[in-house]
Design a protein. Structure first.
Length: 421
């Protein structure tokens, strides 16, 4: 499906990296047509000529052909005007210039290309505290080479845990806290991750409905599609590797791994600091299409009855109906992962058919509660109390590549560009 089009901005967009997210970002903006030109850095020679890069861009094993994505099965080629001398081509009428010489962000000369906004999709430059001249390259190198704003298609990762987040860096999820971006102050913007994006849209309606104090705890597991960092076949671990599962074949295994979604979620929803939260991840052998299984424990004091499946689904259904950008969708249908691949702009699709709740008594002995004055507990007729707690299990689908993450990354880029002036 073709992304929504906008008026031309008169701006150029820099894209650093042409892996999964970089390639699909080019697809998105070639269809959207907001930017006059895309300047894409791959940092090295690729193939025998520019035509080989065009070949890579025009077809995809997950989403099919570029022309099919833009216009359906009746369309013809949309890439043309290849010029090897300038490294340029047109995609759907949008000029795309490919840079193939430098990998260090400070050597990319964005100013020479009149690029003010860059999306870094490499996954290599995630530390906002590193100086531009860091020998391995740094995110701030983009600023030194002429960019005014840099969007990162991943969560920030500060290697020196003693350093605070810089004042000019912010993490946002569209539809959750995108207004936290201050164009006067922020130069580095993390678009979080695909999992954090889905999770944030699942948690925010619950916090709005119940408040953080009534959410006693929460946990989530993401059943996540494979990524480009995983091995196709088993390989020897690198020196110092601590997680041997990452070197096992994704074609043949379900692989337990970790996720930083819990930490990133606190950056975009501050109320999560009040809620005990655990996040886990399982990788499975599919190309895209992922699922979050969210479990929340809620303290019962609902007027008019207990929290039920209909209560939870009603919260999501109403939120989806009131969301003008349709970042959250609610479905009563019985879906499988293939059904949500490429679904435009949907950060999360709630599988309402599978929402479950269970209410039970939880017994608490006040004499064993840490910090409670034992004299206070002893003065009560019965120090053992019971409270009603409802556990809710909620399923949320997301296309971790094009449908969810890249579409919202595109919205983030356009929203920042509109404020460049």
């Amino acid at each position: 499906m073709t992304p929504a089009t906008h008026m031309k901005s008169g701006l150029k967009l820099g894209v650093n990296g042409l892996g999964r997210i970089g390639k699909l970002t080019v697809w998105h903006h070639a269809g959207r047509g907001y930017f006059d030109e895309l300047v894409v850095n791959i940092g090295r020679p690729s193939g025998a000529c520019l035509a080989d890069i065009a070949h890579y861009l025009e077809r995809d094993s997950t989403y099919g052909s570029l022309q099919g994505y833009l216009y359906g099965c009746q369309s013809g080629p949309v890439i043309g005007d290849l010029d090897e001398s300038t490294g340029s081509m047109t995609i759907n009428g949008v000029k795309v210039t490919v840079l193939r010489s430098a990998r260090n962000p400070r050597e990319l000369h964005w100013k020479d290309h009149n690029v003010r906004l860059v999306v870094d999709t490499t996954g290599q430059f995630l530390d906002p505290t590193l100086n531009p001249d860091h020998p391995a390259g740094a995110l701030r190198g983009h600023l030194e080479s002429g960019a005014e704003k840099v969007i990162v298609s991943a969560p920030f990762k500060i290697k020196d845990k003693g350093k605070p987040m810089p004042e000019d860096a912010v993490t946002t999820v569209m539809g959750v806290n995108d207004n936290a971006y201050d164009p006067r102050r922020h130069q580095l913007i993390s678009n979080a991750s695909c999992t954090t994006t889905c999770l944030a849209h699942m948690m925010k309606p619950l916090i709005h409905a119940f408040g953080p104090k009534k959410i006693l705890s929460a946990s989530m597991s993401t059943v996540h599609a494979a990524t480009g960092t995983q091995a196709v076949l088993d390989r020897l671990p690198k020196a110092g590797a601590t997680d041997l599962r990452k070197t096992r074949s994704i074609l043949n295994n379900i692989i337990l791994t970790s996720t930083g979604a819990a930490n990133a979620l606190r950056l975009v929803i501050p109320e999560m600091e009040q809620i005990g939260f655990i996040a886990e991840s399982v990788r499975i052998p599919t190309a895209t299409g992922s699922l979050i299984i969210l479990v929340v424990n809620l303290q019962e004091d609902m007027p008019g009855g207990n929290i039920r499946r209909e209560t939870i689904n009603g919260i999501y259904r109403q939120t989806a109906q009131e969301d003008p950008r349709r970042y959250l969708l609610f479905s009563d249908q019985q879906n499988v992962s293939a059904d949500i691949i490429g679904l435009p702009r949907a950060a999360a699709i709630i599988e309402g058919h599978e929402t479950h709740t269970r209410t039970a008594d939880v017994t608490i002995d006040l004499t064993k509660v840490p910090g409670l004055d034992k004299a206070v507990a002893g003065s009560l007729p019965d120090p053992v109390i019971k409270i009603l707690v409802t556990q809710a299990v909620i399923y949320g689908w997301y296309d971790n590549e094009m449908g969810s993450y890249v579409q919202m990354l595109g919205d983030r880029a356009v929203s920042i560009a509109e404020q460049l002036g």
